[in-house]
Design a protein around this ligand. Structure first.
Ligand code: AMP
Ligand code: MN
Ligand code: MN
Length: 366
């Protein structure tokens, strides 16, 4: 770095002034990124140093593999594609991947940069830098966790409060609404312009993780405005992601919502509403159709917690949780082996679905 101008860094609304060339030395050491003791309580200085280390790692990497979590959503894939496209424009060889499923989920296929996506079995086994995006724990990497051992360096970029700080270097900010917020900051640090294609990816992740801006602060709205100024058309980007389902979805919704159960006594009287989607009810519908159910279920006024159990194989279930009124479902999911955010979390259950509900009731009562 020869640029000695001062750069401005924005961290949680606080401006920090530092010279652009005072990042890290050649000998990058993991200690440079030592986390705050409680990842939910952020140390602004530590975060700024994490941002510096992440920037430097990306600037120096000879090649980069960017990995989203299994069954990626718009925040995970949008983050990987936005950063991947930005790095590719600087001339860095990049590949984007995720362990499952083998193809990009249909609702995310319109995101620009899909050409960067490589099947997990065709990735380079020894990337110079492995970057995971929106991945809270090593389990969420699926089979691609193997790359943590074979890459030269690894960087975890994430916003889950439950992040386990796996891997070598971290840019983890639980106050960020979405991982794309961190990617936007990184692109600015790297001096990579946010063009329309990158902006589409960032917008999709931001809109998804903020519940269409219901849980977005003014900085997130300002980022959205900047992305729209870069050319994003919100309705067009979001249409395949949240506004479009096959006709059979309506029949499935009717069955699944009709079978919903309200337990008013659960969660110490704040109420739990839940429903189960087994393979028979699902029919041939996509994961996108199943994922939409929780957003309807959680509107039940009598319940502060909503749960949808989705069958993934004969004895396995993916449980989605949503909450309001101060109930922390990240902690609930954590107690059941999963993770997530305060108001949106999940866990995996092996066994009869009724046992998952029993376990959930027990944790909510605790
Ligand atoms: P979902 O209900 O699938 O939209 O997930 C909501 C949140 O919970 C996301 O932030 C996920 O990262 C997290 N999450 C969902 N399922 C799991 C799981 N089995 N293990 C860890 N985190 C999960
Ligand atoms: Mn995600
Ligand atoms: Mn996210």
């Amino acid at each position: 770095m020869t640029d000695t101008r001062a750069v401005r860094t924005r961290t949680r609304g606080t401006r920090v002034r530092r010279p652009a060339n005072s990042l890290v030395t050649d000998a990058i050491h993991p200690d440079a990124a030592v986390p705050a003791a409680d990842p939910a309580v952020l140390d602004i200085a530590a975060l700024d140093s994490e941002m510096n280390v992440a920037t430097e790692l990306l600037l120096r990497a000879r090649d980069v593999v960017l990995v989203a979590h299994i069954h990626p959503d718009a925040d995970a894939l949008g983050s990987a594609l936005a950063l991947g496209m930005g790095l590719a424009r600087r001339g860095t060889p990049v590949a984007v991947s995720f362990a499952e499923p083998l193809a990009i989920p249909e609702s995310l296929r319109n995101l620009p940069g899909g050409h960067l996506v490589v099947r997990p079995d065709q990735l380079p086994e020894n990337p110079d830098l492995l970057v995971s995006l929106d991945v809270g724990s090593v389990e969420r990497l699926g089979s691609l966790a193997r790359l943590l051992d074979t890459c030269r360096q690894s960087l975890v970029i994430d916003h889950h409060p439950s992040n386990t700080r796996f891997g070598q270097f971290h840019l983890v900010d639980a106050s960020a609404e979405a991982t794309v917020v961190l990617v936007a900051r990184l692109l600015d640090r790297l001096g990579i312009p946010i063009d329309r294609q990158i902006a589409d990816n960032l917008y999709a992740g931001l809109a998804t993780d903020t519940g269409h801006f219901r849980h977005a602060d003014s900085a997130a709205h300002q980022l959205a405005a900047r992305l729209i100024d870069a050319g994003v058309r919100p309705a067009e980007v979001m249409f395949p992601i949240t506004e479009s389902h096959p006709f059979d979805w309506l029949g499935m919704l009717s069955d699944v919502l009709g079978g919903a159960v309200l337990d008013r006594d659960a969660a110490r009287g704040q109420g739990l509403v839940y429903t189960v989607i087994d393979d028979v009810t699902r029919g041939g519908l996509r994961p996108e159709e199943l994922d939409s159910v929780i957003d309807i279920l959680r509107t039940a006024q009598e319940a502060a917690v909503a749960a949808v159990l989705k069958q993934t194989d004969e004895h396995s279930w993916q449980v989605s949780l949503r909450s309001r009124d101060g109930i922390d479902v990240a902690a609930v999911a954590g107690a059941l082996g999963g993770g997530g955010h305060t108001r949106a979390a999940g866990f995996t259950h092996h066994g009869r679905p009724s046992l998952a509900i029993d376990a959930l009731r027990a944790v909510l009562a605790g």
